[in-house]
Ligand binder design. Structure first.
Ligand code: SAH
Length: 379
């Protein structure tokens, strides 16, 4: 028997046999290993879990996205059916709030066929429970490309931050893959691969090429965004990507682990903590554009929600609520749209991607050029 918990023992075994492992591989194993992966074994959300997301903060979030989707459907020419696809739907809360909100628009509600892309068996159970009685015929899929053809509206909240990220470190002779190794004292430690990556700097955005020695740059493969963009270009529709991150590619280490709403060392509890890295929205935008889709934004989440009318919605809910519930709505509004510690309004960005003929998407017309890489977290 190993002295280490299973995911840790597995990672150590792989490092001992095959050598140091890229950060992206470590993240992938920790999150999605079929037996020991963080996302394969638990419901990570909520007060009792490790982190809280916008749909879990307030029903207003999903409701506004429902109205957003209805407006987009109209600009698509009201196709019937239209596939409403959510990537990484968590507890199903956002989809349930969306569906409740669009019930008042029967032609849209009836045209919608719901598709959830999810790998977590515990969360699939939870989604089934949440959506029971809200809408019949919900479909589950392992991958985006498994969803049947047709015009689609795609939603992803805090999905991209969970996808494995590569880290590279600048040294005097070039950029080296950042890897996880075992130290002399038996600890998992970060180090850099011995050899530099050949010609890697040619792929780097100009801002990053000038980074000092020791700088870290993070990049993700563009597979998922390109699958979405290609689908929208070929079959019509739009996608909304919401996540924490920066609007311009830049150097910086954002690889982080969250357990019980606090940051911990990402190498300390493999498979037991949520691992994420900020989303590089410029890289997503380039991937989507290369696949032939139109971009909208990105804008800050606070601006997006305000332009969809979150303040009016909050006031309506508060006018009918008790003092206690009113104050909860007020603090949810602040958390979703505000800035500062723990608030999501500026840390989170919203990017729209669409078929080239859709010229505007609600809430996304103001382009944002502020590249201050937001730090902190939404734990
Ligand atoms: N969108 C939800 C949950 C965010 S947590 C919310 O806002 O509350 C990340 C979600 O993505 C979880 O549902 C997780 O199980 C799922 N997920 C993580 N990696 C995935 C992958 N590779 N494919 C599909 N789903 C994934």
């Amino acid at each position: 028997m190993s002295a280490f918990p299973p995911a840790s023992a597995e990672i150590r075994k792989l490092i001992k046999t095959a050598g140091p492992m890229p950060v992206s591989r470590y993240m992938e194993l920790c999150l999605t290993h079929p037996l020991y992966g963080y996302y394969m074994t638990r419901d990570p959300l909520g007060r009792e879990g490790d982190f809280t997301t916008a749909p879990e903060v307030s029903q207003m979030f999903g409701e506004l996205l429902g109205l957003w989707a209805a407006a987009v459907w109209k600009s698509m020419g009201m196709p019937d059916p239209v596939r409403l696809i959510e990537l990484g739907p968590g507890r199903g809360t956002m989809m349930a709030d969306i569906l409740r909100a669009i019930r008042v628009l029967p032609s849209f509600y009836q045209a919608v066929s719901v598709h959830l892309v999810e790998i977590n068996p515990a969360l699939i159970d939870r989604q089934q429970e949440t959506l029971r009685g809200v809408k019949s015929s919900v479909n589950w899929h392992d991958m985006i490309d498994d969803v049947a053809e047709g015009p689609a509206i795609v939603l992803a909240n805090e999905f991209f931050d969970a996808l494995p990220v590569h880290q590279v470190v600048r040294q005097s002779n070039g950029w080296h893959e950042r890897v996880v190794d075992i130290s002399a004292s038996g600890q998992l430690v970060f180090t850099a691969a011995a050899e530099p990556l050949k010609h890697f700097e040619l792929l780097l955005p100009p801002l990053v090429r000038a980074a000092p020695l020791g700088a870290i740059f993070e990049w993700r493969p563009t597979k998922e965004i390109m699958q979405i963009a290609r689908r929208l270009r070929n079959q019509g529709g739009a996608a909304l990507i919401i996540d924490y991150g920066h609007v311009r590619s830049d150097a910086g280490d954002t690889f982080q682990a969250i357990s019980r709403h606090s940051f911990i060392d990402p190498l300390r509890s493999p498979g037991q903590a949520d691992l994420t890295a900020h989303v590089d929205f410029q890289a997503l935008a380039l991937g989507a554009e290369d696949a032939g889709a139109r971009l909208h934004g990105p804008v800050e989440q606070g601006d997006f929600l305000r332009s969809l009318g979150i303040e009016t919605r909050a006031a309506t809910l508060m006018s009918k609520a008790s003092t206690q519930v009113s104050s909860d709505i007020q603090s949810a509004l602040k958390r979703l749209t505000g800035t500062g510690r723990g608030a999501m309004g500026a840390l989170f960005k919203v990017l729209g991607v669409s078929h080239p003929e859709i010229r505007a998407l609600p809430g996304l017309s103001v382009e944002q050029h502020d590249d201050a890489a937001a730090t902190g977290a939404a734990a």
